[in-house]
Write a protein that binds this ligand. Structure first.
Ligand code: SF4
Length: 123
């Protein structure tokens, strides 16, 4: 079974860019609407243990579409590329979402918009 996953990455929770949002509320809104199949928050995906987490998350949950809400999508692509390769996950199935400096409702809105747009593309 293939799944859609959403990860929130928050620069260890110490970066001011993420202080205006409640990350748990953001994830909860997305999962309540069943816009994706699995959600999780990670403090620092670009660290070594983040690489390991990404690889196990992708293969363990059989993820066929991955959304990561955090820093800029361009930075994310560069930082996650090797983990995707190791997990056999294609870059085309990854969507980075910039949520820095947003408050909780704004972050929810941006993520919903991206996920719904991607769904429409598939349909
Ligand atoms: S991947 Fe981006 S959001 Fe996550 S810890 Fe690294 S710089 Fe911060």
């Amino acid at each position: 079974m293939a799944n859609k996953g959403l990860l929130l990455c928050v620069c260890q929770g110490t970066c001011p860019s993420f202080h205006k949002m409640n990350v748990f509320e953001v994830l909860n809104e997305i999962r309540k609407e069943k816009l994706v199949d699995v959600v999780a928050v990670h403090p620092q995906l670009c660290a070594d243990d983040g690489d390991l987490f990404l690889e196990s998350f992708l293969s363990g949950h059989q993820i066929d579409k991955l959304y990561v809400a955090g820093c800029s999508p361009t930075m994310q692509e560069k930082m996650f590329r090797d983990s995707f390769t190791k997990a056999g996950f294609e870059l085309k199935d990854f969507v980075g979402i910039e949520i820095r400096n947003l408050d909780t409702p704004q972050a929810i809105e941006v993520i919903k918009k991206v996920v719904k747009t991607e769904k429409e593309k598939i349909i």
